[in-house]
Design a protein around this ligand. Structure first.
Ligand code: SF4
Length: 123
């Protein structure tokens, strides 16, 4: 269920005011706000599609081309692929490695950007 920004979701209408939940606070605590990373010029990441198979992490680890690579962060529903220390993907992997990672991703959670996406990022 999605509540408008600033609204509370709960059972107040049913007389259970003590169970009111601040949805935005929960989303922030769970790290669910960071579900997409389009910072990289060549690839985009969508955590909703990620099955945490770590194929991309292994490819980036094997590349050894300078940037810090990829790792998993968070737990449970908030787990996601990111650069170490929660840096954006653009700081984690070079272009060649990023495209190799996208090639091994079975769900397209990490995918190559279209040429239109690349052009709009340039302009
Ligand atoms: S290869 Fe794809 S599905 Fe697997 S961990 Fe990486 S982004 Fe997620």
């Amino acid at each position: 269920m999605v509540a408008p920004a600033g609204h509370r979701l709960g059972l107040a209408g049913q007389g259970h005011r003590r169970w009111q939940v601040d949805v935005l606070a929960l989303v922030g605590l769970a790290g669910l706000a960071v579900v997409r990373d389009v910072s990289h010029p060549d690839v985009a990441y969508d955590a909703h599609k990620c099955i945490l198979c770590q194929r991309c992490v292994q490819v980036a680890e094997g590349a050894g081309d300078g940037p810090p690579g990829l790792s998993l962060a968070g737990r449970g529903a908030s787990a996601r692929v990111c650069a170490p220390f929660d840096l954006p993907l653009s700081a984690a992997i070079g272009s060649a490695t990023a495209l190799r990672c996208a090639q091994v991703c079975p769900t397209s959670a990490l995918r190559a950007k279209s040429s239109a996406e690349r052009r709009s990022a340039d302009g």
